[in-house]
Design a protein around this ligand. Structure first.
Ligand SMILES: C[S@@+](CC[C@H](N)C(=O)[O-])C[C@H]1O[C@@H](n2cnc3c(N)ncnc32)[C@H](O)[C@@H]1O
Length: 247
């Protein structure tokens, strides 16, 4: 596999190439398909229950956008949505942009880090939704812009690939990124089931309540949960990164 090197880091570090990982979504036998269904159901519920007006959505480490884009494509609130998807790998990010176009959503090219401005009235045709796929480091708060605090924060496929200290840091900082009443949806495998309650505890400490969780009879590799922000968020206190992938 090709290695991706983040030239922006002081000491360039080799990162895993995730391009092949998404093939599992096309295998009906894969547990990832069940995980996707749970995440999509949660996204639909968050959009259904969102207050009237603009719905900000932030998807960190968005991959090909397989969770959010198909739900937005036919959701009645899609014209209210402003979504930023941040994905590090430019090839994977381009797949997400292609999916946005194929779904008939109004994609804004955020490659330069400036995308996603304007068009909330649906100008430009399509469904009216603004879906901005940005290529970059999703751990860097500089890329969140005015998409935070978000009514829906997607943290899928992250917590199994970072240290527990970084999970805790990300959850703590998610409190600043999620609007009052907003939903954070996250995933984590259950190979070490003790981690799940700890993550819920960190969400609780950060002001979230538990909203729902996936069936525990799903394969061990799957766990999806949603937590609801119960406090008025304050801006992020600093520009420190949220996490670093270690796998
Ligand atoms: C396990 S996949 C999950 C993708 C997607 N969220 C999903 O659930 O289908 C992890 C993704 O995170 C991306 N990634 C890894 N580190 C990243 C970073 N620092 N910023 C943005 N994306 C990153 C990888 O390229 C990969 O596409």
């Amino acid at each position: 596999m090709d290695a991706i090197v983040d030239q922006g880091e002081e000491s360039a570090r080799e990162l895993r190439d995730w391009k092949d990982w998404f093939a599992a979504y096309d295998d009906p036998e894969s547990p990832l398909v069940k995980r996707l269904a749970a995440v999509q159901q949660g996204i639909r519920r968050a959009l259904d229950e969102a207050p009237s007006g603009v719905i900000n959505v932030l998807s960190l480490c968005a991959g090909e956008g397989r969770d959010l884009i198909p739900v937005l494509a036919d959701h009645p609130r899609r014209a209210d949505v402003r979504a930023r998807l941040i994905e590090f790998d430019p090839v994977i990010a381009q797949k997400a942009r292609d999916a946005v176009a194929a779904a008939g959503l109004d994609g804004v090219d955020g490659t330069d880090g400036i995308g996603g401005v304007g068009g909330l009235d649906g100008a430009g045709g399509g469904t009216g939704a603004i879906v901005d796929v940005m290529t970059g480091d999703a751990a860097d708060p500089a890329l969140f812009g005015d998409y935070a605090p978000a009514h829906l924060l997607l943290l899928c496929g992250i917590f199994g690939n970072i240290t527990e200290a970084d999970i805790q840091n990300t959850v703590t900082r998610a409190a600043h990124l999620t609007a009052l009443g907003g939903t954070a949806i996250w995933t984590r495998h259950r190979h070490d089931p003790a981690v799940i309650p700890r993550i819920h505890g960190w969400f609780g400490d950060a002001g979230f309540s538990g909203l729902w969780e996936s069936d525990t009879d799903l394969p061990t590799v799957i766990y999806v949960a949603a937590n609801r922000q119960e406090r008025e968020p304050t801006p992020l206190p600093d520009d420190r990164k949220l996490f670093t992938f270690v796998r």
